[in-house]
Design a protein around this ligand. Sequence first.
Ligand code: PLP
Length: 393
Amino acid sequence: MMNLNFKNIADSYLFSTIARKVSEYSAAHPDANIIRLGIGDVTLPLAPAVTKAMHDAVDEMGKQETFHGYGPEQGYDFLKTAVQGYYASHSTKLDADEIFISDGAKSDLGNILDLFDTNITVLVPDPVYPVYVDTNTMAGRKIIFMDANESNGFLPLPDASIHADVIYLCSPNNPTGAAYDRAGLKAWVDYANRENAIILYDAAYECFIVDDTLPRSIYEIEGAETCAIEFCSLSKTAGFTGTRCGYTIVPLALQRDGLSLNKLWLRRQTTKFNGVPYIVQRGAAAVFSEEGLKQIQQNLSYYQQNANVLAQILDELGIWYTGGKNSPYLWLKCPNGMKSWDFFDLLLEKANVVGTPGAGFGANGEGFFRLTAFGDQAKTLEAAGRLKDLLGK
Ligand code: PLP
């Protein structure tokens, strides 16, 4: 009677083990000033333009003449137009019907699997954001892993000898911070079109790209509209982790087995989803206003400065890492061949700094460690100094 595939999902002990280790250490050392560089959540508040738009929307909801009930499941036109304008500002032309407003990338990354048969092969990079593996495992799909490692800079390229039906790419990546260049993405797009595969492209961290030569959307790559679905989110772009809003792009040109994936997704969403709250969509649209974009850029710059501080220390220490430049994540090789959890213990005990052991993101994460730039600036600076003192000896 039950979906027994749930038995195959690995329990995630990563963040609970970190929390337990930190609380045990704090209990034994109550005076320790612990700095957390493990967090993947934002810390800065919503931009004033966003809260103003949301307040105004609340007022509208309280008046008969401007009250909103059920909205379009795929999002209000005012927000779709704003997203369309954002893509256009990065030279990507989208049709409004290709944009689906969601309550965040995580839901859509899981829900999109409704469109695919169970009996397909799914290709997932290792290490990876755990949602891709767990959602497919729940549905009983076969997953094959591709190695992301030091030798490919944690940016694996297609292996022509392997066939996949669905491919997950995340760029800039969580946990590695590595971002594909145009040539890398082009190789994936060509492979997917050749294999009749679909790329599920997670662009949740596109807003951290500062290098203009790197693509912010897979649709900047020729041929992507016939093989890729893109997922994006305002969570990291504009601090919407607790407010919930994202968008998914399903091109009108995307067809498989004689079916339009855009039409299937519309049908799926209108059947199982009733849209993002009007108030939240008004706040989201304000992100893309001139004022909103300026304000969120200040927050992004704050995080980018943290990333720069951490990157500079790793450079000084001669530690190999990816990310930190077009990403809020730094993925470093643990010094002296240490294992991820041993390095975690060392940093906690000797520097009172908490990060995330890479082994928690997949087998290839062993020996690596993730630091994040989402913390307080003064504390990040202090943590960087402690890392230098500890590891520079
Ligand atoms: N995709 C990646 C790679 C993430 O790291 C995260 C959140 O940490 C998400 C998606 C989830 O985004 P959202 O908050 O929009 O659900």
